[in-house]
Design a protein around this ligand. Sequence first.
Ligand code: ARG
Length: 472
Amino acid sequence: MRKSRVHKNEKNPVWQRRVKRRVCRRVLLFTDSTIDDQSLVEYDIACSLVHAVMLRKQRIISASESLKIKNGLNKILNDFKRGKFRLATELEDAHMNVEFQLKKEIGLIAEKLHTARSRNDLIATELRMYCRDAVKKILKVILELQKVLLNQSTKYQDVIIPGYTHLQPAQPILVPFYLASYFYKFQRDFEQLALLNKWVNVSPLGSCAFAGTSIPIDRRFLAKRLGFNKICENALDGVSDRDFLIDVLYYITRLMLHISMLTTDLIIFSTNEFKIVEFDDAVVTGSSIMPQKKNPDVCELLRAKSAKAIGNLTGGLVIIKGITSSYNRDLQELKPILFNQIKECLECLNILMVVLLNTKFKSNEDWQKKPDFICATDLVEFFVKNGYRFRDIYNLIAECIRESNGEIHNFIHLLSCKTKFPHEIITEKMKPEFSVRFKISEGSTGFKNVRQSIKEMKRYMVKNLQRMRDKF
Ligand code: ARG
């Protein structure tokens, strides 16, 4: 057998012997994935540690070889954590860098580590481990965000604001009702992301390049030791499947859309025209020329980040759309997409909490004095409860509004004449407070229901906390 010599400074791709000459530097730089792989080094070493134990258990390597490999890997892990082990571009990726380093640490025995595995199953496994942890982090922050929404709901329990459809004043609502609507959106995000565990937590390790191996490995042992629920059933599917990654990107994008909708509301609500929320100075920015300005830049950036999330998801989908089955190098490009998206999502959730904690909700005073026709639907319901047919009274009120030229006094007079109900009763029923007080249906903005909903939100949070403890 030809003797391989380890040169300390010889950093070439492992497949160098397959080609006649050194690979062009620009090609090395172009194919390099070491920058992204910083996020994977610890997972890579974890996979290798377990692999070394499995190889010994299966008598593929000896106990002393396994021990040497383990010690070497632990040393590399320590060095990495202390910033002493850096990935070299010439070695392509984390997997090859760790192997090269191991060879430097323990000599030729290191060459046994890659027995019965491939970078194809390694990368698929490590990405799953990464997603597992990343989703856990996101779940934790969603829960914190829900706590902020809940606290603000309690704080502004009795504040009534106009609710809108088509951005036109529609019906009065309570602030906690409004905030709860987002609590439930984020609740769905939490639950969907948590459900992904079923698809993420599956081990492809031992699929090798894509066809499996003739060496008697124990895939279930590897999976169990790495905390996976099960192994993937088919090696070819195992190395090529990135559905789990797309699912993570999708549910993050959906979460980001919720953030976009909320921040867009806040941007509009904070304007002088709406005056429904007021941002504390801690979360606004100023203008370089207009001295009077306070701008909601943070919310605007949050909105833009959700656009980027859609771009990331689309990028991921199109990468997969273009490839054949098994491993294709295109898959490498999913890594920066995923890593950046996770980082950005966590950042957005955290900054959104800061914004919400620095947002005051208030009932616009001008609107309180002059709520106009925002309670027209309540008036319809009042007459229905007094024996009118719905469509009949709806038409009558619509006509009165039309004939009143937008003047509430004209309207009340007209309606009173046509229905014979006194002015005072109609005036009373046109008050926003009346509107929210008398909403009784489940899930409505009624005072009673909103109090109920605050209790329910608390229950959801307890469940979520439990779910996080149970293991993602
Ligand atoms: N650097 C590669 C990636 O991130 C690892 C797998 C490489 N496999 C291969 N056959 N070239 O996807």
